[in-house]
Ligand binder design. Structure first.
Ligand code: BGC
Length: 812
């Protein structure tokens, strides 16, 4: 069953039934000020860091689900309703939520009144703007009472949920005209406050939650709204909120706009106060003034649309399949930008207080947005590399505000270093900016230790070969890409975290074939970077290590029909036919086939056939098989999950693309495409009831074939799935792949495709690409025609003239 439809022209998903199987959300903001908003206006805002600068309060996993948000209550006679259906849940005559590129419009209609709210964060603005449009579609005059509502968070989202003995006494507000200011802790160490304004005089306000709702009412029945007038309450401690009360009279056919601004301000220490205890409101007033008319708001929305027009014009395709086009042209790219902004911090599955920015995650996310905002990708690479240790190891995470490594989790995840090579090479292939390699970058944020970024890549590469185990394969450390395969953890204490406990590294023989494959794939990028930088001796040295690793994988990483996953603490095989459970894993098949290990001898084909036979199911490729049915202390968290979920045989959408790319290495475009389609959200729209999460973005995991409910997705939005699927479809299946010296066109498409068209802006030029497939092939370029002339290779050069160039590629 569907709950809405795509509107590709406007780049929107239109939800027409508010009772979606899970809150279907969107993100507002692209730089500093962010909001999450569900299809019924649930969600919250924060400035930069969802933990330390939470502006409005939100209760995760609540009853009912998705409680708290940016609500409007409309009282029309005795009827009280909200445009997003929730929280009042009054049955609406019509409802629609349009999630677009960083904006959302929620419209409800009841008894001839339509209320439409546009929510967005204008570019370069530390505020969310809400434009409420009321329209009287009835034949009579309407006298409406409107109440806005947000609940302030006391800044630190974690202590806000636990330290009530303090919190209930600290809350402070100021009210001036139609603006409510939240200034808790401003008088001591904070240099920031928040505000909520409306551009018309108000008939009343409330800032104390208990006065607004009454102590025993829910979000659905505020006392004030039932009474039809504000209490003009002033919060002192307890839970401060902000609510405006406006009376609006509308003639038949009349429409009125009301503009609300929810903003954040920082003041220097010497500018904090206007007078004793009265905060300096200058910056707030400046922002409010920027958005105090409808035309100013509309112009700001227009700027936002242009910003997205531009970002989404860099890679577009016309494949003839609208489900594919809308993913590649719109939603997959959008999700990549969202994961760039949020990493794994704040979604409806990530509470915003748990994780910082992952070292490996952030590098992988980069390949999904580097073509859109290369400057910010560059900055991100430097930030990430600055948290690396001098021996090439890395903090597993760093904090977005301080940009420092996170000591709580520390390091020791031995795949982390290689991802820096992946991210940096991806950036240079896109931009041609080799100068980044000369940037001086500190280790562990200590400026005195700064070395060139190139040196950081060298220590990354060396970290793998300096940490080899008894078979010559890379030691896994705390874990590799699979955070839940904890081969040195041995935890039997439920109060211990699998992620932070490492009981037995000393003397461990645990090795990872996944890291070995990763080392081969991106070690080759490192070699190329050495050659391009004129470091031929280093290139030779690296080449020898890569070759040695290939030989080692063939000797100790091959199980006869597929690649082994690892060796455990005791040196026993993991992911082998010898194991009772977990005989085969996806990660090593993905990495080793991407590396083309044993390609000519048929190893890749064999491994991929084993994936098809043992891991593939109706909903995608599961992570391992058979699923673990009991807890294996020597494997850790992976075996803690019930069969079919998460890393224990769930369809982990992040690494399905590794197999898709592996299939393109062997030239099987039909299979690559089959795997792509299976997990691609736009193809799952019809089964939204089962799939549960948004049909416009990927989820991290879909329950696998061993689960109670195969096909049910969880953890949508913030996942490396976004960038990996974009990378697989655009660079390997469609095959338009930036390379150091040009744009490679090497598609691997399903045999039934007749071809496709694409436009790719690359290093200042625009390539209008047409791929033709007259002979029903998957892979192999027969002829290339550039600007109407035959061209010698499928590596199309950088013209550097800023012009359009026609590229025609015929497969055969
Ligand atoms: C983490 C990744 C990890 C993956 C597999 C994700 O939740 O963000 O860093 O590689 O899980 O465990």
């Amino acid at each position: 069953m569907k709950y809405g439809h795509f509107d590709d022209k406007n780049r929107e998903y239109v939800i027409t039934n508010p009772c979606t199987p899970w809150p279907w959300i969107n993100y507002l903001g692209s730089e500093d000020f962010f909001s999450l908003i569900s299809n019924s206006a649930g969600g919250y805002s924060f400035y930069k860091d969802a933990k330390f600068r939470r502006i409005t309060r939100y209760r995760y996993n609540n009853v009912p689900m998705d409680s708290g948000g940016k609500y409007f209550y409309i009282k029309d006679g005795d009827s009280i309703w909200s445009p997003g259906w929730k929280p009042c849940k009054t049955e609406l005559d019509s409802y629609e939520c349009r999630h677009g590129m960083n904006y959302t419009v929620i419209t409800g209609e009841k008894n001839g009144v339509s209320a439409s709210v546009l929510y967005f964060v204008p570019l370069k603005t530390w505020a969310e703007v809400q434009k409420l449009t009321l329209t009287n579609n009835s034949g009579e005059v309407k006298k409406l009472k409107v109440f806005s509502f947000v609940e302030w968070c006391l800044w630190n989202a974690a202590s806000d949920m636990e330290n009530f003995q303090r919190n209930f006494s600290t809350g402070e507000v100021e009210i001036q005209g139609s603006v409510i200011y939240h200034k808790t802790e401003y008088k001591e160490r904070r240099d920031h406050y928040a505000y909520y304004s409306v551009n018309v005089p108000v008939q009343g306000f409330d800032t104390d939650r208990e006065s607004f709702f009454d102590l025993y009412n829910g979000f659905d029945e505020p006392q004030v709204v039932a009474e039809g007038k504000s209490h003009n309450s002033e919060a002192h401690g307890w839970s401060p909120i902000a609510s405006h009360y406006i009376e609006a009279e509308l003639k038949p056919g009349e429409s009125k706009d009301f503009i609300f601004v929810l903003g954040y301000v920082e003041n220097n220490a010497d500018e904090k106060w206007e007078s004793k205890n009265i905060i300096n409101k200058r910056k707030a007033k400046e922002t409010i003034a920027k958005f105090n008319t409808s035309s100013k708001v509309d112009a700001a929305l227009d700027d936002l649309r242009k910003y997205w027009d531009n970002l989404l014009s860099i890679y577009t395709i016309d494949s003839g399949d609208e489900k594919l086009d809308r993913m590649v042209n719109i939603w997959n790219q959008y999700q990549c930008m969202i994961t760039f902004c949020f990493s794994r911090s704040a979604s409806f599955f990530e509470s915003g207080i748990g994780r910082g920015m992952g070292f490996r995650d952030s590098n992988q996310d980069l390949i999904g947005f580097v073509h859109q905002i290369p400057g910010r990708a560059r900055e991100r690479i430097i930030d990430i590399a600055s948290t690396q240790f001098p021996d090439g190891g890395c903090y597993h995470q760093y904090q977005p505000m301080t940009k420092r490594g996170n000591n709580d989790i520390g390091g020791g995840f031995n795949d982390d270093p290689m991802w820096l090579i992946f991210g940096t090479a991806g950036y240079i292939k896109e931009t041609g900016d080799f100068n980044i390699l000369d940037e001086m970058v500190p280790f562990d944020n200590d400026p005195s230790s700064a070395r060139s970024l190139f040196d950081h890549l060298t220590v990354s590469f060396d970290h793998v070969i300096d940490n080899l185990g008894p078979h010559g394969l890379p030691l896994i450390g705390r874990a590799d890409w699979n955070d839940c395969l904890n081969l040195n953890c041995f935890s039997n204490d439920p109060d211990e975290s699998f992620q932070t406990t490492e009981n037995k590294t000393e003397g461990s023989k645990a090795e990872s074939v996944m890291i070995a494959g990763l080392f081969v794939v991106y070690g080759r990028d490192y070699i190329d970077l050495c050659i391009k930088s004129g470091k031929s001796a280093e290139a030779d040295r690296a080449q020898k290590h890569v070759e040695a690793m290939i030989a080692t994988i063939r000797k100790h990483g091959w199980d006869g029909e597929w690649f082994i996953r690892a060796y455990d603490y005791y040196g026993r095989k993991v992911g082998s036919h010898e194991n009772e459970e977990g005989k085969i894993f996806i990660e090593s098949q993905g990495m080793c086939t991407m590396a083309g290990i044993g390609l000519n001898e048929g190893l890749c084909t064999k491994a991929l056939n084993a994936v098809k036979e043992r891991l593939d199911c109706q909903h995608g490729i599961v992570l391992n098989n058979p699923a673990f049915t009991k807890y294996y202390i020597e494997y850790g968290e992976i075996s803690s999950y019930p069969a079919g979920y998460k890393e224990n045989a769930g369809v982990f959408c992040h690494n399905n693309p590794w197999i898709m790319i592996g299939e393109t290495v062997v030239g099987n475009g039909d299979r690559a495409w089959e795997y792509y389609r299976k997990i691609c959200p736009s193809y799952l729209e019809e089964i939204s009831d089962l799939h549960k999460t948004e049909p416009y973005v990927y989820a991290q995991m879909i329950a696998g074939k061993d689960a109670y409910k195969p096909g049910e997705a969880k953890n949508s939005w913030l996942t490396g799935t976004a960038s990996w699927n974009f990378y697989a479809i655009t660079q390997y299946i469609l095959g338009i792949r930036p390379d150091f010296d040009g744009l490679l066109i090497d598609p691997c498409i399903p045999t039934h495709w007749k071809g496709f068209k694409a436009t790719r802006k690359f290093r200042g030029d625009t390539y209008r690409i047409e791929v033709l497939n007259p002979d029903g092939k998957s892979k192999g370029v027969k002829t290339v025609i550039v600007d109407d002339l035959p061209y010698k290779s499928n590596l199309i050069p950088v013209f550097g003239d800023g012009k359009e160039h026609k590229v025609k590629v015929v497969l055969g």
